[in-house]
Ligand binder design. Structure first.
Ligand code: AMP
Ligand code: MG
Length: 491
């Protein structure tokens, strides 16, 4: 095959010892599910060639494209608080990097492409359901404007993978700013390989934070920059009701992208204690815990950097702690700005934020739908007589009315027109998010009937999350059951 990917593999080239060579294992009977044509074009790739048999052969591990250097990356990580010194890409293989039309270097990785030296007892494979979920949710996040890895393609393998039961296998081709995780730093820090930590930090700065090159204290600046991106990211997650599900340190990217979609979900009824992952029995990664967990993970990152921040250990610890201490304020600044904008008050003054919190507190006992509450509020911002649909989401209607009266008075004081306020709200309050019942419906259609029509249609709707799409109104509806829903991991 001619070179479909203009690979330039800096990780393989510059970081020997940070990975193991690992070729994809060919699958029995590959079939294309989808190539993400707009993403392919943005990366400077030929979408038609990727969807042709030669492209499918690459995604299915039957052919290694010219210029690829397939490797599995080493990493460690805290999983549910417990440290594993050796994890690594057990079922993912980095083919190489391409520089997109925007000049940004990105990884092309196959997830589910067979065993690697890091597979331990795992089979290196992925089931179709989780592959479709990651495809849908990561693309939905991108359409929402939230930093995330992307889905370039999915193929089925024609093989079964055995989880709780036999399931059809699939491979996801994933695109990421990089696959450097907090756990990547931990791998080397745990081995006291200080030179390797420094090398990785230098690589990370050059790739993700080039503005820090030449800084007086580059590693402290790196910590500060990663904290800044994570604070902003978690704020964005909370503003759309996203729950990652498995925020282990190996699932947190130093680039600031959302990565490793497992049992993730968008919350329907608002409740900060919402947990979706059946493996998260303690609720460690509940919606409302995500900022604290991010802070905790960043502390693990800081620990890795201590030996290179300052030769004087006490000074390094003091400086790192001071930097870490900025996380809560930076997270709240991001989260509160977004929250206030959701009620039409992007000024985000102290009282605006308090008003938004009052609404959230009314939503909890009503199990008010997170997405619909804010979206429907937009209509009420524009027209005092249009409050019915949002009011209907609350059990205590009088309490909602009292809140709405205070809110409308505050909106009026801004001097903006109702139409203007509503337009601003509609730009930050999506109507369409990948609700669990929608994703599950798509997965069942694919597994049980080999029908990918629902997958295609859901992707199409979620590509324009902020626009009214009247013909797809059903996709904006509440789940059939308002009961807490849990995805079963088996990813
Ligand atoms: P994840 O749950 O995807 O974040 O993965 C956590 C760790 O388990 C990573 O090191 C993965 O590579 C590894 N892993 C998960 N599933 C498999 C599998 N089916 N085969 C081999 N390794 C796996
Ligand atoms: Mg992971």
């Amino acid at each position: 095959m001619s070179a479909p990917f203009p690979f330039d593999n800096s990780y393989a080239r510059e970081l020997p010892g940070f990975y193991a060579p690992a070729a994809p294992t060919p699958v029995a009977a590959p079939a294309l599910v989808k190539v993400n044509a707009p993403l392919a074009e943005a990366l400077g790739l030929d979408a038609a060639a990727l969807a042709a048999p030669e492209g499918v052969a690459v995604f299915a591990g039957l052919a290694v494209p010219e210029g690829a250097e397939p490797i599995a990356l080493a990493y460690a990580g805290h999983q549910f608080g417990h440290f594993s010194p050796q994890l690594g890409d057990g079922r993912a293989i980095l083919l190489g990097e391409v520089v997109g039309r925007d000049g940004v270097r990105r990884d092309i990785q196959l997830k589910g492409s067979g065993p690697t030296p890091f597979s331990r007892r795992g089979d290196g494979r992925a089931a179709l359901g989780p592959v479709l979920r990651e495809y849908i949710v990561s693309e939905a996040m991108a359409a929402l404007g939230i930093p995330t890895t992307r889905a370039l393609a999915a193929v089925t393998t024609g093989e079964s993978v055995v989880r709780e039961r036999a399931l059809p296998g699939a491979v996801l081709a994933r695109v990421a700013a990089s696959h450097i995780r907090i756990g990547t730093f931990q791998f080397f820090a745990a081995r006291k390989a200080t030179d390797a930590v420094k090398q990785l930090a230098d690589y990370t700065i050059a790739r993700h934070y080039p503005e820090l090159q030449g800084a007086k204290e580059p590693y402290l600046a790196l910590l500060d920059a990663v904290i800044g991106r994570q604070a902003a990211l978690i704020g964005r997650w909370l503003n759309v009701g996203f729950i990652h599900g498995v925020m282990n340190t190996d699932n947190m990217s130093v680039s600031g992208e959302t990565i490793d979609y497992g049992p993730c979900a968008f919350m329907d009824a608002y409740d900060p204690n919402t947990v979706f992952s059946s493996i998260d029995e303690m609720g460690r990664y509940a919606y409302g815990n995500q900022p604290d967990i991010a802070h905790w993970n960043l502390a693990r990152f800081a620990e890795c950097l201590i030996p290179i921040v300052d030769a004087d250990k006490d000074a390094a610890i003091a400086a790192a702690n001071a930097t870490l201490g900025t996380f809560p304020a930076r997270f709240y600044a991001a989260y509160h700005a977004g929250l206030s904008a959701k009620i039409g008050l992007p000024e985000a003054g102290e009282e605006d934020v308090a008003l938004a919190h009052d609404l959230l507190n009314l939503m909890i006992p009503s199990k008010a739908d997170f997405t619909l509450t804010f979206r429907r509020l937009g209509a009420l911002a524009e027209n005092a007589g249009a409050g019915g649909p949002v009011r209907d989401l609350f059990l205590d209607r009088e309490a909602f009315d009292a809140w709405a009266e205070r809110w409308r008075a505050r909106l009026a004081a801004t001097g903006r027109t109702g139409a203007d306020i509503r337009a601003g709200m509609d730009r930050v309050n999506p109507l369409f998010v990948p609700r669990n019942h929608l994703v599950e419906g798509v997965i069942s259609a694919a597994i049980e009937r080999g029908d990918y029509g629902p997958f295609e249609e859901l992707n199409r709707v979620l590509a324009r999350p902020y626009e009214e799409q009247p013909q797809f109104a059903a996709y904006a509806g509440l789940p059939p059951s308002m009961e807490g829903y849990r995805t079963f991991c088996g990813t």
